[in-house]
Design a protein around this ligand. Sequence first.
Ligand code: FMN
Length: 734
Amino acid sequence: MRAVHRWPGLLALALLTVLALSGAALSVFPAADRLAAPQAEAGLTLADLAPRILAAYPGLEQIKRAPSGQITAYWFDGGTPGAAVIDPATGQGVASADPNPVERWLTNLHRSLFLGDGGRIAMAIGAAAMLVLAVSGAALVARRAGGWRRWFAPLRGPGAGRLHAEIARIAVLGLALSSVTALWMTASTFELLPDEAAAPAFPTEVSGETGVALGSVDLLRQTPVAQLRSLSLPYPGDATDVFTLKTDLGTGYIDQGTGAVLGWADLSGWAKVSETVYMLHTGQGASLIGLLLGVMALGVPVMGATGVIVWLSGRRARPRLRENQSAGKAETILLVGSEGGSSWGFAATLHAALTAAGQSVHAAPMAGFDPRRYGRAQRIIVLAATYGDGAAPASARGFLDRVAELPAAPDAPLAVLGFGDRSFPGFCAYAHEVAEAAALKGWQTLLPLDTVDRQSPQDFARWGRALGTVLGIDLALAHQPVVPQSQPLTLISRRDYGAEVQAPTAILRFALPKARLWHRFARRGLGRFQPGDLLGILPEGSTVPRYYSLASGRRDGFVEIVVKKHPGGLCSGQLMALEPGDAVRAFLRPNPAFHADRSRRPLLLIGAGTGIGPLAGFVRNNGRARPIHLFFGMRHPESDFLYGRELHGWQADGQLSRLVTAVSRGARPHYVQEALRAERAQVAGLIRDGARVMVCGGREMASGVAEALADILAPVGLTPVMLKAEGRYVEDVY
Ligand SMILES: Cc1cc2nc3c(=O)[nH]c(=O)nc-3n(C[C@H](O)[C@H](O)[C@H](O)COP(=O)(O)O)c2cc1C
């Protein structure tokens, strides 16, 4: 479905943008016409109106009424044709009947790109592409939201993709309608639809008289002006000619001597459908619908741009897999759960090695797990990274639910390889969860669970040998990690803390690198970032990045992180040795889950040690004086009160409402969770009234805080789990 959505979108992007923008601009005209046109008073009939116009223009040839209500008269005066917009109250012309040149230009662009029939066909192809995009897009939105019934459920995920889906779910119906109606109208232009003309046969017998008084003709007396489409008068001096009346109900002829109706044909059902289609597409006669569709069309360029961003970032994150078989044909199904993309690199190495050994392999994200499609699979291999607090990475979302829903385990046996980092307490916790869920289903194992620590090529090669043994092939996996694209960052200042408490810590401030426009747009490089995003640092001598939470945003004009030296730590050791003027290689990893949202609800920030970094960034950026309460734990105020001076300044400026510190060394040792308990009434009140909780720091501190909050919130009927489910309790822990 994604491929069906992607290719028409990319190929027809420019065409769809022209179609949508010109369509949106055109949608304004019917509404403007409706406002500008002098409207007929209620109950006015054609028998009232026609004599008024005839009195003003004795050479009258035709009266027309547009769906906007605008009435136009056409006449001959001494052999010269004339036309004017008529005020129905007087029958006099009040404005020029010439079509608006801008509208005409836009209409030509929208219909045919000024290229005649060739352009019409191109635009019809554009409309067909839009229809394919709308249908496939609707299916993708439903899948992302968790089903059709959850169409308007809150969406998560990174910016561009979420914005794309948010706009899609509002605009998709309108866009589908506009494209279906456009295709119908093109078919009608090229006469591919049945003939809709339903005029009665022209009368062969007439009275031969002329000069009936228009005000006395019955049919005109029965026809309200609101139903009029056109009234054509007989050719002067030709007694065989007749009045031709077209209304919303049908077409008829009237004798010019007696006023008798000489023939009538009702509008055919087919013609009614055609007219409804025309009305829905152009907004002529339904200007509000037109405007609504026009607004929806404005979403097309935005969806085009965000769609391209999503596509490009997907391509970047995933290496090219040569000869990736389709799911139905492959013997080996390789499922990848990755957040940062490095596991895809491992998957590519495995894919290439298996393919070289003569296997057919299909690689896909774990989120796309669907055993019904694996018709020929003989084995399923899962490569799964772990994120957050032992959580699933982005491309594995929903995998465990799908396993749980399976009626029975797939026949093909399973091997799980976890990717993680031993410095996290939940080392490869997600891979363990996957293996446990599979065992619970009775899924046969191909290989016992194994793990790869910090993207170690050696770990991977060892596992590869074990896999080769069970497959009966020689599998040498020589993985070359793909180093993320990074840029140099130059240190401009550092502030050192913590030496007295044996915890050397520094606030490092780097110069803001120049961002190319494209980087800003695509959120690549350090184009746009906020406190809470992650800065990946590539230490010398390693291809594996280490991540630090950013304490500044781009608009602060610098890049700031807080680093604590770990005994024997490669990256923290190099960072702590930096002097102003020195540079490191770094890249940005957006972390939207840990941004201070834009609401005005109070923030309850809780952190200890280097965890103060992003929290200080939120306070520094709190220009709108949103209430922020900060609980900060340190060892000793004399040695590691990070941002101490600024915090007091921000408090004085009103950017920080309250600062509560907890000191763990000294006369009365105190941890941040104890500070929370000491303020339990205020903390419970804040959260009950809607405050959002953001916790940053070490894992032990975070679990202590969660326990304390569970106790504090129990009396008000809330739990940290409930708040987390609502996105009102977020953590950035390490
Ligand atoms: C923010 C963050 C949280 C992480 N949490 C864990 C974790 O809880 N347990 C673990 O074993 N590894 C954790 N890791 C390490 C990653 O799982 C590991 O680097 C993995 O190789 C990344 O694969 P990917 O680039 O394909 O996403 C974490 C990494 C980051 C950046």
